[in-house]
Design a protein around this ligand. Structure first.
Ligand SMILES: NC(=O)C1=CN([C@@H]2O[C@H](COP(=O)(O)OP(=O)(O)OC[C@H]3O[C@@H](n4cnc5c(N)ncnc54)[C@H](OP(=O)(O)O)[C@@H]3O)[C@@H](O)[C@H]2O)C=CC1
Ligand SMILES: N[C@@H](CCC(=O)OP(=O)(O)O)C(=O)O
Length: 416
């Protein structure tokens, strides 16, 4: 294993020094989108193999859905690649420029990060999105996808390499770890700091633990999404009902799905029935505190302490009564994962307090947490949602996959 991984690392480090111009990058991406269409039968066949394996393993239906590539999803993938091709090249852009009294002209210019390792769940579109974003931002990428998606990922990565080769660009810009062995992840985290500049782990608690235990490579964590929707006392009932329903149930398995609803104690009596009934009628299981139990006429299970830190990723929600906006902010900053949190209110002052004080990388007002997505932000696609404290935070697209350097020009100035 170590020989295989080191070779991948060496290849990546070497190719990361190559410069590819924007025109060629876009040519590669367009060719890739074309090849995905041309080879769709082989992609669907590989995907069926993965689905069969996952079904035999007893994977839940929402995870099978996440794994599946059908005609519609393939079109979505191709559209996303074409969008990325149309976006401005993020490399070599002058981000700032200024002149100093000492005679220096200083420019801050964007550069690729180098080599990026990405560990991600069994969602094959991530292979195409991440490969396209990393390549367009001038980085080499090492991909380690989820085990259930291995056959689909393999062909998606192979087709990217084919489009690189046919455009006469080094194929090693994209490398795929062709193994289900989790030891590969440990190796990336602990033994590849000479080859990998940053690792992006996309996943849940298990992966977090692993990363914390092993990593000596810098990390941009794309971890659990314990997202909240806070319904303030000044919320509009109709809006609160619609937004909360969408935030919880539109797609329950994504990291931007709301897991906990916080309700201002002054509106619980009036709001809890219409809002929670709509969720319950759509098969959502509700864990709530004692105060809610008193007013809610439907079925409610008693919430325990662990419910405030549980990412259900299913049709289950926890609901808590809070005293006011400050109480909601404290709850979110204690139990949240700095992913996405939203307030529903007509009161701009309260909204502003919430937006400024939650630690979340995406803070929202009157908006469904399900909008936590690079595509929805206009980034063409995303590597995922960074839950880091340090930047980049929130959706990671082209603009977040670059670093920078200072370029300084003078006419022979020397320092006094
Ligand atoms: N912030 C973001 O952008 C995103 C966050 N997520 C989060 O991911 C989770 C859902 O995805 P899920 O599939 O359950 O995630 P997992 O954490 O189970 O898996 C994600 C990836 O990590 C690998 N992995 C998991 N545990 C280990 C380990 N102990 N050692 C080595 N590799 C490991 C998996 O490999 P294997 O296939 O072998 O299990 C897989 O490649 C949720 O918590 C969700 O919020 C998901 C997408 C985006
Ligand atoms: N940000 C993406 C989803 C990313 C995500 O959470 O993926 P997953 O957990 O694999 O379903 C979206 O909103 O579609």
């Amino acid at each position: 294993m170590s020989r295989y991984m080191r070779l991948i690392g060496q290849n990546a480090r070497k190719v990361s020094l190559d410069k590819v111009n924007s025109k060629t990058k876009n040519k590669v991406l367009k060719k890739y989108a074309f090849l995905l269409g041309k080879e769709k039968k082989s992609i669907f066949k590989a995907n069926q193999k993965d689905i069969q394996f996952a079904l035999n393993k007893g994977l839940k239906s929402n995870l099978i859905e996440r794994l599946t590539i059908d005609e519609k999803k393939l079109i979505g993938i191709k559209n996303s690649i074409n969008k990325i091709a149309k976006l401005k090249d993020p490399v070599d852009a002058t981000l700032e420029k200024w002149s100093r009294p000492n005679g220096l002209t200083i420019s801050r210019v964007s550069i690729p990060i180098g080599v990026i390792g990405v560990v991600y769940e069994s969602r094959p579109n991530v292979t195409a999105d991440v490969a396209s974003l990393c390549f367009k931002s001038g980085n080499a990428v090492i991909l380690k996808g989820g085990s259930e998606a291995i056959n689909t990922n393999k062909i998606l990565a192979k087709l990217f390499r084919k489009s690189l080769k046919e455009t006469r660009v080094n194929e090693n810009f994209i490398q795929f770890i062709d193994s289900k062995d989790r030891k590969m992840v440990d190796f990336m985290l602990s033994k590849m700091k000479d080859y990998i500049d940053v690792i992006i782990p996309r996943g849940g608690k298990n992966l977090v633990k692993r990363v914390q235990q092993f990593s000596n490579v810098p990390i941009i964590g794309h971890l659990e999404g314990l997202c909240h929707t806070f319904i303030d006392k000044d919320a509009n009932l109709k809006m609160a009902t619609n937004v909360t329903y969408n935030a919880k149930l539109r797609n329950t398995s994504i990291c931007g799905a709301t897991e906990t609803i916080l309700m201002h104690e002054k509106i619980v009596k009036k709001f809890c029935n219409p809002i929670l009934k709509k969720l319950e009628e759509n098969n959502c299981k509700i864990y709530g505190d004692r105060f809610l139990k008193k007013y809610y006429k439907g079925k409610i299970y008693p919430a325990k302490e662990k419910d405030w830190s549980t990412e259900y990723l299913s049709s289950t929600v926890s609901v808590k009564t809070v005293k006011d906006c400050d109480d909601a902010i404290s709850h979110i900053n204690k139990y949240g994962t700095m992913h996405t949190d939203s307030i529903i209110t007509k009161n701009k002052k309260t909204a502003n307090k919430f937006l400024k004080n939650v630690k979340s990388s995406i803070a929202m007002h009157n908006t469904s947490t399900q909008f936590a997505d690079g595509g929805e932000f206009g980034f063409g696609g995303e590597v995922g949602i960074s839950t880091n404290t340090l930047p980049p935070r929130g959706p990671v697209g082209l603009g977040q996959l670059v670093s920078y350097k200072y370029e300084i020009i003078s006419n022979g100035k020397t320092r006094k």
